[in-house]
Design a protein around this ligand. Sequence first.
Ligand code: PXL
Length: 272
Amino acid sequence: MKKVVTIAGSDATGGGGLEADLKTFQEFGTFGLAAITSIVNLDPNDGTHHLYSLSEELIQEQLASVFAGPIEAIKTGLLPSKEIIELVSARIPKNIPLIADPVIGGKGTQDFIQNDQVRALRESLLPQALITTPNLREAGILSEMGELTSEKHMQEAAKKIALFGVQHVVIKGGARLDTKQTLDLHYDGRNFQRYPHPVIATPYNHGAGCTFAAAITAAIAKNCPVEQAIKLAIDFVQVAIAMGEKINPYVGHVWHGAYTHGEKRLEYSDEQ
Ligand code: PXL
């Protein structure tokens, strides 16, 4: 079985973060391991998020645990401080494909990390990554271009981000670019590949970004070529969003079990 590691924050409500990663890894038939960097909680009184970082010692011990045996791919998510970004960058094995999801903020959250930490992402983590998967906003911040509003902007941002040393940049257009069509754009250092797809009309899409990068990571662990891994992940997230589920009064999540219909497994009925 292919083993896949996530180094990420916990999203206590179960949609994004390492919860999304582990569920998605399993949906793609890989064995997930996790090192937790932080915990993001939701206040049920007002829907605000609270972020708690774990100590560097505790993160370091978890990294030693997840790397104690052979693994096939690594995904990073929320790394909530410069020190944690640098620690993780120094400790990840160099010969394993790294998919860096540059989490800066989340839907409905204040930004998790600030500008001086973004520099650590650029300088320490991205040079080691095979693939990075910023959303439109994160791509604007990483490229220092600010708000991206067109495909031309996305192309320019992808080129700037590739200069940090990451081999493949995939910018997720999300629902922000246009209301009917959205565009994911892949830049491999030479060429652009466009993935236009319709926006699915549902508010229940929290966790889509983490799920997308996790699906790519699992596919890469299974030796899927990069192009195909991206395509698989886009198709999967579309289905996961279409099956999104309301979780609490503030947010609804993608369903990470959308392909194998985990919700139908072990159904119990006392009817004869
Ligand atoms: O979706 C970005 C994200 C990443 N990681 C954690 C999160 C979120 C969004 O809420 O909680 C831990």
